[in-house]
Design a binder for this molecule. Structure first.
Ligand SMILES: [Zn+2]
Length: 286
């Protein structure tokens, strides 16, 4: 049976039977892989408790026929993102990253850039203070990398570009077309979300700028609020369902917390930690 090695991030982890685990990995060289780790709950030696969510690993696995479950043989942990796991807000956000990749990635379709972006965004989530912009940038980059890049450059129907669109009273984003539509072209069309040209340009820029330079781009409050309205809806539309972790973000009144940032410079919303509605749907310790 052929033996392979690749870098991987654990995106799902379920206990299976008495001692095994079923793991979904997003790997650098093979894309999404589902695997069984036999004895993972007993053998500390082979898996070193490394199969929790977010873990970045050097994974060794057997692949019998190039389909179905691979067999995880062992792993070296490269980084386990402990600072994400000790912060509920970061867990919710990180779960959203993992679920989004899980849903968008095809099995065994390598996407090295998406792997690097996920890794970089998890590192950023771990090290930096949490800001809503991080979520929005992640969404935009992943949409692009998995082939759903929003077309923001011109009206998708009449082809007016940004210069000409300045003369038009309003523009929209069409969920169906994944593209900008100007007001005159919008009649009798459904699934439109109002958008300013400034936000359209920012999303376009984030789609095409190198990741290391993206953080220099600034969201205005309007761009932040419009992209918050638009991006999760577009993702749900493309995937045909709402992500569970997105519901968790809404449940904890995430937005209020982000918006409270200015009034609470330390980032503390006194009501947040005790929110009774909070349910972590993807607890890394389970
Ligand atoms: Zn038009």
């Amino acid at each position: 049976m052929p033996l392979f090695t690749t870098n991987a991030i654990v995106t799902r982890s379920l206990n299976y039977g008495e001692s095994d685990k079923i793991i979904t990995f997003f790997t650098k060289d093979f894309g999404k892989l589902k695997g069984i780790a036999k004895g993972a709950r007993r053998s500390r030696k082979r898996f070193q408790n490394a199969l929790g969510l977010f873990s970045h690993l050097r994974l060794v696995f057997f692949d019998k026929e190039g389909l179905g479950l691979v067999r995880a043989e062992g792993c070296d942990i490269l980084h386990s993102f402990p600072k994400i796991k000790e912060d509920l807000k970061k867990i919710v956000c990180g779960n959203y990253y993992l679920e989004l990749v899980n849903e968008m990635a095809g099995e065994r379709e390598a996407n090295q850039e998406a792997f690097e972006v996920l890794l970089s965004c998890l590192s950023n989530l771990e090290e930096a203070n949490l800001q809503e912009e991080q979520l929005r940038i992640f969404e935009i980059r992943m949409l692009s990398l998995f082939g759903y890049r929003p077309n923001m450059k011109r009206c998708n129907l009449c082809k007016r570009d940004w210069e000409d669109l300045k003369e038009i009273p309003a523009v929209f984003f069409s969920l169906e077309r994944g593209a900008l539509i100007c007001e005159p072209c919008s009649k009798m069309r459904n699934n439109l979300i109002p958008l300013s040209l400034g936000t359209a340009r920012l999303i376009e820029k984030i789609s095409q700028t190198e990741l290391c330079k993206v953080e220099r781009l600034r969201f205005t409050p309007q761009a932040l609020s419009e992209s918050r309205e638009l991006l999760p809806k577009f993702i749900s539309y493309q995937l045909g369902k709402e992500l569970k972790s997105l519901k968790a973000i809404k449940d904890i009144e995430w937005r209020f917390r982000f918006e409270a940032r200015a009034e609470h410079p330390a980032g503390i919303n006194p009501n947040f930690e005790t929110s009774a509605n909070f349910q972590n749907t993807n607890d890394p310790n389970k």
